[in-house]
Design a binder for this molecule. Structure first.
Ligand code: HEM
Length: 371
């Protein structure tokens, strides 16, 4: 076997034998080739700027946009532990003056809807995380300034009714209800969806407290069709679908961990409700471990997760998340990448407001001693 020609390939070579115990030498060589090509192109990390950040000058950026730019470039954290301690009464002038005030009331409402009695996160929380993904991911670099995190998954009936969104009907009804309750406070559906995804994530024990911004515009027209991934697609296609959204393989590994809290219903209806790891109410790293095998019989693996976890472009990060300290690596990786995802198709990033402080506190330990 020829020696690998990059540091990344060397690291991965040390890790490869465990996951590629069965494939033959040809598979390993093929894997190393792909590693070398990707590493040489320097294209594993998502660092591309998006929206109006692509053309605004440094001195035109407000502080929030600077923070977002730094997160997108991997130079700042995508999480924060800042809290809102003194929230004015909802109908007071002080509340009307503070953009984030109403969001504290909304986030509290959402938290109640997403938490199970035992402290874990529930079906509505899973739905909210996936809704955030499906709204934002209806955008690509190659389809112009249409779609993205613009609320259209709820506002445009044609998009709601697409087969790929069939599992989201219940949570969409919940958002219609919240929109009716809060729209008179100047709240957009696009922001409700992305704030909801972040509230749901942090309500799940061990979930990160992802930076949460408001000020997105709504769109009543459907996003371009065909931009969401299928659980039956090949690793190459799935990686390309996400690259077209400026999300590189490391970022995709991070985002896929959301399947740590998911339950399938429509891929195999005979196993309705089967989870993708054995702790679907907790944002832990078991998903990364169990898909590498062995997986308990109660767990349902998506074909897409199986092929991606074994792809050499994904495997080193996958293995790091499954290993010691994986939770910390993953929480940060997810937070950074979700900030990116939640801003796809947003072209007024420079006017957004950081309302992360309204999120519930993160629960960083879990188990008999953690609750
Ligand atoms: C290759 C990319 C992906 C594919 C092919 C995929 C596919 C799927 C499928 C088929 C389901 C089950 C739907 C059902 O049967 O009801 C599902 C559930 C879910 N997915 Fe993904 N997904 C991908 C990426 C993501 C990402 C990036 C996120 C979030 C950031 C995400 C979050 C979720 C969540 C939370 C659920 C559970 C939804 C619920 O229980 O209602 N997925 N996904």
């Amino acid at each position: 076997m020829r020696p690998p020609s990059s540091a990344a390939a060397w690291v991965s070579l040390l890790l490869l034998p465990k996951v590629l115990a069965h494939p033959g030498l040809d598979d390993v060589l093929l894997a190393l080739n792909k590693l070398d090509t990707a590493a040489a192109a320097g294209c594993w990390e998502s660092t591309e700027l998006i929206g109006d950040l692509q053309w605004l000058n440094e001195y035109d950026l407000y502080p929030t946009a600077r923070l977002i730019r730094d997160v997108l470039r991997g130079e700042a954290s995508g999480q924060s532990d800042e809290y809102n301690y003194h929230v004015p009464p909802l109908h007071s002038p002080a509340c009307a003056y503070d953009t984030c005030c109403v969001w504290q009331y909304i986030a509290d409402d959402m938290e109640r809807a997403f938490r199970e009695r035992n402290g874990e996160c529930n079906n509505a929380a899973r739905g909210a995380v996936r809704l955030g993904f499906h709204d934002a991911a209806g955008w690509s670099k190659y389809t112009g300034q249409y779609g993205g995190a613009d609320g259209s998954i709820v506002l445009a009936p044609e998009e709601t009714e697409r087969q790929v969104n069939a599992g989201l009907r219940e949570i969409i009804d919940q958002y219609k209800f919240w929109f009716e309750r809060w729209r008179h406070h100047g709240v957009s559906m696009a922001d409700l969806i992305q704030m909801g995804a972040n509230v749901a994530t942090v309500v799940c024990p061990l979930g990160p407290r992802v930076l949460s911004f408001v000020g997105r515009y709504d769109n009543w027209n459907p996003a371009p069709d065909g931009l969401l991934p299928s659980p039956f697609d090949t690793a190459d296609n799935l990686i390309e679908i996400f690259r077209a959204k400026t999300i590189q393989p490391k970022g995709l590994v991070s985002l896929l961990g959301a399947h740590s809290t998911s339950r399938q219903r429509l891929v195999d209806p005979s196993r309705f409700g089967a989870p993708q790891d054995s702790t679907p109410g907790v944002w832990d790293t078991l998903f990364y471990k169990q898909i590498l095998g062995p997986s308990p019989a109660s767990v349902f693996n998506f074909q897409s997760d199986l092929v991606l976890s074994r792809d050499p472009r994904m495997f080193p990060t996958w293995k790091a998340f499954a290993g010691p300290n994986g939770q910390q690596f993953w929480d940060e990786g997810y937070a950074r990448e979700y900030v990116r995802l939640s801003l796809l198709g947003v072209y007024n990033i420079n006017n957004l407001t950081d309302c992360t402080r309204v999120l519930p506190p993160a629960k960083r330990s879990w188990g008999p001693e953690g609750w």
